[in-house]
Write a protein that binds this ligand. Sequence first.
Ligand code: HEM
Length: 248
Amino acid sequence: MLASIFWGAVYPYLCLAVLLVGCLYRYAYRPLSWTSRSSQILESRWLKWGSPLFHWGILAVLAGHVLGLLVPVGMWQAVGITPALYHQGADLIGGLAGFVAWVGLDLLLLRRGIHPRLRRTSSLSDWVALGWLWLVVTSGDAITLWYNHTAGPFPYRHTVGPWFRSLFLLKPDPGLLGQLPWPFQVHLLLAFGLFAVTPFSRLVHLWSAPVAYPRRAPIQYRRRGALRPDAATAAASDLHRQPGGTRG
Ligand code: HEM
């Protein structure tokens, strides 16, 4: 009883509090550390595949979480989506997105382990963040791709969903998690733990998604001293003719 209150009503708030306070503190007092610390300059061939696969996969997974956990079952039925149809979609689209994210994450982890320059510049927090993400994604995939197909689908939209919403309504109801199978328990504990890890790692960049990127003025990188003075003058006048100018 006490354990279920702790895991269902105390632990999630603890993790969310660490996320909120930790991120606000870091943003206010350590602004220069607020970065994803791109490692593209050290290695770009693996990154070119791993990063988009992971990021697009995980964005689709998280969109699925919003639809499956925050939108009540009644609202789906009101727009004509039956439980069977919902689960087919969740299996197919959620399963595919989860798998794509997992492949991307494996490439990112392997790349960091294999390339000596990356290994040397990786901090403990990089390994903890990537490793933790891997555990969360793998445990989620284990539910969708394995557990649901072997032990049978568990009605998480009638249990985990209302419990998740109860947290945000500040009326936590840990009783809803009473019969939760262990793969779900593991996934939930790891997922909330990831929130608590975020402020101490490069994961903070998730709050700074580059939405303004396509409209940004171009940045041109030049090797120092690579251009002869006459070529440099020609390049500079070329750049000034471009709309928006440049930033060095
Ligand atoms: C903290 C709240 C979270 C809850 C309550 C939650 C719950 C769930 C549930 C119930 C499923 C099974 C869905 C299905 O089989 O249809 C699932 C799957 C999954 N979860 Fe989570 N999750 C949470 C956070 C996260 C986070 C933060 C990540 C990754 C960063 C994640 C990654 C995944 C993946 C990859 C799957 C498998 C693919 C899918 O079905 O979408 N989850 N999660």
